[in-house]
Design a protein around this ligand. Sequence first.
Ligand code: BGC
Length: 738
Amino acid sequence: MLIVLSLFTSCDQMNENDTTLNNAAPSKSYKGKAIAHDFDDKIDSLILQMTLEEKVGMLHGTSMFNTAGVERLGIPELKMADGPLGVREEISRDSWAPAGWDNDFATYYPAGGGLAATWNTRLSYKFGNSVGEETRARGKDVLLSPAINIIRTPLGGRTYEYFTEDPFLNKKLTVPFVVGLQENDVAACVKHYAANNQETNRDFVDVQIDERTLREIYLPAFKAAVVEANAYSMMGAYNKFRDEYLCENNYMLNEVLRDEWGFEGVVISDWAAVHTTVKSLESGLDIEMGTPKPFNEFFLADALIDAAKSDKISEEEIDKHVKRILQVMYTLKSMGATDRKRGSINTEAHFQDAYDIAAESIVLLKNSNNILPLNPEQLKSIAVIGNNATKKNALGGFGAGVKTEREITPLEGLQNRLPKSININYAEGYLERYAPKSEAVFGEVTQEAVNTIDKLEPEMLEEAIQAAKNSDACIVFAGSNRDYETEASDRADLELPFGQEELIEQILEVNPNTVVVIIGGGPFNIKGIKEKASTLVWSWFNGSEGGNALADVLLGAVNPSGKLPWTMPEKLDDSPAHATNSFPGDKVVSYDEGLLVGYRWFDTKDIDPLYPFGYGLSYTTFELKNARTDKKSYSGEETIMITVDIQNTGNKDGKEVIQVYSTKNDSKVDRPLQELKGFEKVLVTAGQNTTATIAIPVKELAYYNVDKAAWEIEPGNYNLRVGNSSRKIISELSISVE
Ligand code: BGC
């Protein structure tokens, strides 16, 4: 069987629900529909009829998530909703309090880390499309998603929400997500543009990044969201970039986003991220959203009316922004059409989508005694230990969650999937403890909390030990939750909270038949656990069906195929932002590691990670053989076709992610040791052989030449390293570029 798989993502958008990966789908790129211009004349005539006040009403929040419409002209409000985990519950018009609806339940989808760990672009499309249907069904125009900032530090409070440390994986997931979402007559709002890579001091920190690093690491996914997916909106970030707030950053908004990339949509501020009136609008911001003050006091509200009246800003400038918003509204068919999609929400089909993503996201880190998959036929009892077995994560912490009627916990998943004859002995094991409420910033764990209350309760520990002792097998569910990893603060360190490490050690002593499952959004220090436990699984804040998907992996109904979307360091100081002592900065944070973000740092500096980027095991084994390119020499316009045979050498069907990293030894510019340039996930049936082809356009090998302000393909030799993780390369192919 020959599968042609492309870097441009391999599928026919008509056939997106097929994620089986075993049909010979011809390569096709995801491409979003551009902003419509059919109504431009109509829009111009509408603007002519609008008062200054009506125009300004469209440029700022007039409720928590809406901007004003103009009823007499048939212009509706522009309605937005969070966010990355699914459509957020309805919020009151003028405060963060829930609106108290009883029909605002939605599907809780896996968080960004989970989606990224699937390394499956079809699932990304499916996610976008599914949540797009929900957005529409809730009557919204804009979903504040996807969140795609690069994971620079493992401590990042929003690592769980973002995708990855790698710009290539990031853009390959972003494009289908946005395309799928926007096919539902709703806009994506891609966030947070840009360089919003930490929560500490996010409201004011000035991020300094050299131009090449900006272009090669931090911008590619945003650019692809615009150029390939045609995202209709972008969210301006809180922080500053090169001394200018991102919502008034002429370079980033006007020069890069609009002039270079051709963005025609609207830039919406993050909530309360605006600091000026004239400067913001002239620098490219279109809509100010936020909260802390009355809506008319926003910078783009009364102050803008005053500025226009006193000639500090021209009415043509204001019209320009109003026109963009109206163009988006016509494109979304919120005006000028009667056939707008209606969507659907909280449906079995969407829970199934959430399940499909979760099932491919779970990463098998270690299975050295082949304890997994558990065989129920050989078990009479299982101890299920840990607060995370019952913890729900749809809501929690600071920031957007989802009000859902379904969140299957890990314990419920096991109860659903195990035969009733098996006794489940549950023990909570540890208590979640946080700093005293008066001192805590939501789920933030202060150093004081770590020192003083990161202790196990003796009775709970004893109960857990007894459960483990008296059961044939044991699963410990540890890790974090969305109170612990949260927007608005970064973690203090990488340690597992709540005394979990001690708990796990004690359990392992009494029952060696123990599986440790870590549920988290970002890396933790699990070095000690890796050494002591034979069996280690990584799962995520994994959506409505997370518990069922996890149980299916643990019991073997699903063969794990998730791969880490970031590097798990052995210790914090090994990772680049910390090794270079350039996190979190104070007023200024300078990204001193430059291009060497994530595995680029570990590989170039020859530092062993605990688990490398792209790593994940399966219940079967794969042999990659016979990697070859279609030619030896290519022009800059050509595409390199890499073919590789994959033999499933075990007795279970399984999916493997073939990864291709490029290196250029004699480059005239500094380059990371290797960089991901192509990947594909393939299904290989037990005992069978499959041939996969990965297409890498030569232009993917370009670097950003700062002097020329252009991407440049260096001629000469390149090595393409084919493997199944950044540290497991089975073949190195040499090609040359003319
Ligand atoms: C977050 C955004 C979010 C917005 C509205 C901000 O605090 O940074 O991601 O969309 O709030 O809830």
